[in-house]
Design a protein around this ligand. Structure first.
Ligand code: FES
Ligand SMILES: [Fe+2]
Length: 317
């Protein structure tokens, strides 16, 4: 996982009055809202005897442990120990870790890393920041996020895996372009029929895929319909996959819902059938036999490894 970045961890709408437990970025976390409604993200384990704090309650702007009622403030300091003599002090070090977080664009974001949080949360300029005319869903997928980021660039599986939806699209990549804009990688892929079977432009289709480091995908499905996906790592075997569909048409919310439900119920099943058979764990450079049509994935891996090396000189974990 690339450190010193903002990662989306949950939809804002999923966090209300009650604490919520999630696993992201190799940690068990509890999310709750303080007295002003501001999001708090903390380690989901009480320092007293290790109970799961997310089973507790929010009281007076603090999180109360469900086991013996210790209370922690948004900074993570223990501010109340019910079983303790009123006059004795709260022992030193009774503190849980509080993570830097933000709530923006209908999502909760957590800073992962040691440096001080900086910069804006990653987002595509051409995708709206509000929830108008959108439908969204977040689910856990049993694959390492690097394999999912690789598959985001890969449109030449469409005529095979999703043949039922692209019956006319050919399997040959006739044109492929990659642009490197730092954190943004833009790709344009054109598929066509085998040369011997081409009849004009019948089997031809062009796909535009944009990826933003480390884990965002933008896909223009049509002139009016677009998708933003975020793949946040959980651990070596799992990722949180978030997708927001936007339909710039009247009743866009309904249209986005129809497309999103369809994608979730049919399209993604077709992908999972194959992804289930791939090797597990982080994708290593040189592991796949990439071709010239995989320049997007190759660039993503290079950027990931450069970021990891800059941080600690280690390879992906
Ligand atoms: S384990 Fe949390 S108060 Fe005892
Ligand atoms: Fe697919």
């Amino acid at each position: 996982m690339i450190p010193n970045r903002w990662y989306a961890v949950l939809e804002s709408s999923k966090l209300r009055a009650k604490p919520v437990a999630i696993e992201r970025l190799e940690q068990k976390l509890v999310l709750w809202r303080d007295a002003k409604g501001k999001v708090v993200i903390q380690t989901d384990r009480c320092i007293h005897k290790g109970a799961q704090l997310s089973l507790g309650k929010v009281l007076d702007g603090c999180l109360e442990c469900p086991y013996h009622g210790l209370r922690f403030d948004p900074k993570g300091d223990c501010v109340l120990v019910p079983f303790k003599d009123r006059d004795s002090k709260i022992p030193e070090g009774w503190h849980i870790e509080s993570h830097n977080c933000r709530e923006e664009k209908g999502l909760i974001w957590m800073w992962y890393g040691e440096e001080k949080p900086e910069g804006d949360v990653p987002w595509f300029d051409n995708f709206p920041s509000t929830l108008q005319k959108t439908w969204q869903a977040g689910t856990i997928w049993p694959y390492h996020y690097s394999r999912l980021m690789d598959s985001n660039f890969d449109v030449y599986h469409l005529p095979f895996v999703h043949h039922s939806f692209f019956p006319k699209v050919g399997p040959v990549v006739t044109d492929y372009q990659v642009e490197d804009h730092g954190d943004l990688i833009k790709t344009i892929t054109t598929l066509d029929e085998y040369e011997s079977q081409r009849k004009g432009d019948k089997g031809k289709k062009t796909f535009v895929v944009d990826v933003m480091m480390p884990n965002l995908l933008y896909l223009e499905m049509s002139a009016k319909l677009s998708l933003l996906a975020i793949v946040t790592p959980i651990d070596d075997q799992r990722s949180w996959v978030f997708a927001r569909y936007h339909a710039a048409v009247p009743f866009g919310g309904l249209a986005a819902w129809v497309v999103g439900r369809f994608e979730y119920s049919i399209f993604q099943k077709q992908d999972k059938r194959i992804l289930d058979t791939l090797p597990k764990g982080p994708l290593q450079p040189g592991e796949y036999h990439y071709g010239s049509v995989d320049k997007g994935s190759i660039l993503w891996l290079k950027k990931r490894d450069a970021a990891l090396k800059e941080y600690n000189g280690e390879s992906e974990t």
